[in-house]
Design a protein. Structure first.
Length: 105
């Protein structure tokens, strides 16, 4: 089972963690998660601290203090893409992926 926890703040991902392993979905989760991190860092200038201390664990935190206003909607789009992709995997493979989504105030 792959457990994914996502916290959002103002429609941006704030924290993300994926722990566990699932045969059919691990590669997909890794791919969309890493792509989010790379695009957020390269194209919006936000700071993303990520960690993958061992196999089966991946997490990151996004710091938007230096986000320029014209990149706000782009980062929101990346956030929507990642959440949609992960939730779609949960729907398709409910025995392998569990997603917890929380909006922070």
């Amino acid at each position: 089972m792959l457990e994914i926890k996502i916290e959002t703040l103002r429609n941006h991902i704030k924290t993300y963690s994926a722990i566990g392993h699932a045969d059919n979905t691990c590669g997909s989760v890794t791919c969309v998660s890493r792509t989010f991190v790379l695009l957020a860092r390269e194209l919006t200038g936000v700071i993303v601290n990520y960690d993958a201390p061992r196999e089966g664990e991946f997490s990151f935190e996004v710091f938007t203090d230096n986000l320029l206003p014209h990149f706000d909607s782009y980062l929101k789009g990346l956030t929507q893409f990642l959440i949609k992709a992960i939730k779609d995997l949960e729907l398709e493979f409910p025995d392998e992926v569990k997603v917890g989504l929380k909006a922070l105030m």
